[in-house]
Design a protein around this ligand. Structure first.
Ligand code: NDP
Length: 300
């Protein structure tokens, strides 16, 4: 049986970041502008600290200014909102990202809505979600944007493709569906109440899995030759206590059926941070009335 092409998201993301760095250098040279990204980290969650460190490092490597705002886990919502209000006014800050999850005394929706729409590089603000839904000039959430870039790189024009998105969260499933619809796919969104999930998946030319259930999607749920994008990041326990990362797709079986598939790790994950940088570049240009540059992946 044919074996799927493995879509190397890590390598693609490195090339995309190199392309972003080129455009950042051009923006500096032509307009004296340096994109600035501020990541707000509340508390000491170890996983969040790692994510934040990676985002900051990659922003700096792309030539951007990277600012970190650390707040204690005991911070009040009012204090956090006041901090965001100051960042909204700061002309050196073009993108604001508040690392989730937040401590329980803070309402994440209130925080997301406090971020200026133009600086919302996560694309979670309801105005950006609305703009995406109506086909406007939205900041697009980074993970689905990364998935779309990989899909277009692999497949070119997506018009007419049958796409199934598994998962309907505001940060992955729904924006992914909106993006695929914008690309003229025929889109089905499946979720925990979907009947005959396997049958729905089997119809998909493009299958995007974002459910957070380890290896749930079986090989025989996949249409032969389909392109499979596995967003899931699940840690399975191992004897050494370190755990093993797996996606939502049973990779070993899927690779025998699919035409192309993203691995976990090394697929969608690295694209998410690259797209955060892309959004920061776009936000900087828009805030200064400049057209967002077309970023091409280049040799890293
Ligand atoms: P959520 O938990 O917010 O959403 C999960 C979705 O999957 C829900 O719509 C839920 O349905 C659906 N679902 C759950 N169980 C089933 C099931 N048994 N059958 C069908 N549908 C099901 O997760 P996220 O969207 O935030 O994340 C999804 C996965 O992607 C996670 O593993 C997460 O770690 C990963 N992720 C990876 C990123 C990356 O950079 N690679 C970034 C963001 C997330 P319902 O709505 O009915 O409850």
């Amino acid at each position: 049986m044919a074996t799927a092409t493995i879509i190397d998201g890590k390598q693609f993301a490195a090339r995309l970041r190199a392309g972003i760095a080129e455009q950042v250098a051009r923006l500096k040279a032509d307009h004296g502008l340096t994109p600035g990204l501020t990541v707000v980290l509340v508390g000491e969650d170890p996983a969040s600290q790692i994510y934040v460190r990676n985002k900051e490092r990659q922003a700096r490597e792309a030539g951007m200014n990277s600012f970190e705002q650390r707040l204690p886990a005991t911070v009040t919502q009012a204090e956090l909102l006041a901090r965001i209000a100051r960042l909204n006014q700061d002309p050196a800050v073009h993108g604001i990202l508040v690392q989730l999850p937040l401590p329980e005394q803070i309402d994440p929706e209130a925080v997301i809505q406090a971020i200026a729409v133009s600086k919302d590089v996560d694309g979670f603000h309801p105005v950006n979600a609305g703009l995406l839904a109506v086909g406007g000039n939205a900041m697009v959430p980074c993970t689905p944007l990364g998935c779309l870039i990989l899909l277009k790189d692999r497949l070119g024009d997506l018009t007419g493709q049958r796409a199934v998105v598994l998962g309907r969260s505001n940060i992955v499933g729904k924006p992914m569906a909106a993006l695929l619809l914008r690309e003229h796919c025929t889109v089905t969104v499946a979720h925990s109440r979907t009947r005959d999930l396997a049958d729905e998946c089997r119809r998909a030319d493009i299958l995007v899995a974002a459910v957070g259930r380890p290896e749930m999607i079986q090989g025989d749920w996949i249409k032969p030759g389909a392109t499979v994008i596995d967003v899931g990041i699940n840690r399975l326990p191992t004897a050494d206590g370190k755990g093993r990362l797996v996606g939502d797709v049973a990779f070993a079986a899927a690779v025998e059926v699919a035409g192309a598939i993203t691995p976990v790790p090394g697929g969608v994950g690295p694209m998410t941070i690259a797209c955060l940088l892309l959004n920061t570049l776009t936000a900087t240009c828009r805030q200064h009335g400049l057209p967002a540059p077309e970023v091409r992946p280049t040799a890293a």
